[in-house]
Ligand binder design. Structure first.
Ligand SMILES: [Zn+2]
Length: 111
């Protein structure tokens, strides 16, 4: 059992010996004072998906869904490309759902 001298997390697998003590290879390579960043979660959470579909079901909501998901797509594209692609896809699917539901309601009210 070995704890990293920089991030103090348990070292599993490879360890590198440094003047400060044993470290993760990635910690040993990092500049002094740098803190290992947590891995960015590149997945769209269930909460976002529920919010997208729920928003599409309010009147005119699907237009806000498309607008909002497009803005977030461009904001997230660089850091989390997978998450960005997912919100883009679900944004359009939610828009389709909203169009279908409100189209049906409009059709029923007309006839
Ligand atoms: Zn470490």
């Amino acid at each position: 059992m070995l704890n990293c001298a920089r991030c103090s997390a348990l070292v599993e697998g490879q360890a590198v010996q440094t003047p400060m003590g044993w470290m993760h290879p990635q910690c040993a390579g990092a500049p002094v004072g740098a803190v290992a960043l947590p891995r960015v979660d590149d997945n769209l959470s269930e909460g976002w998906k529920i919010a997208l579909y729920a928003a599409a079901l309010i009147p005119w909501g699907s237009w806000f869904v498309v607008l909002g998901s497009s803005v977030l797509y461009y904001a997230w594209r660089k850091e989390t490309p997978n998450k960005a692609a997912q919100i883009n896809k679900h944004g359009w699917l939610a828009w389709l759902l909203g169009m279908a539901v409100w189209g049906a309601i409009w059709f029923l009210m007309k006839s």
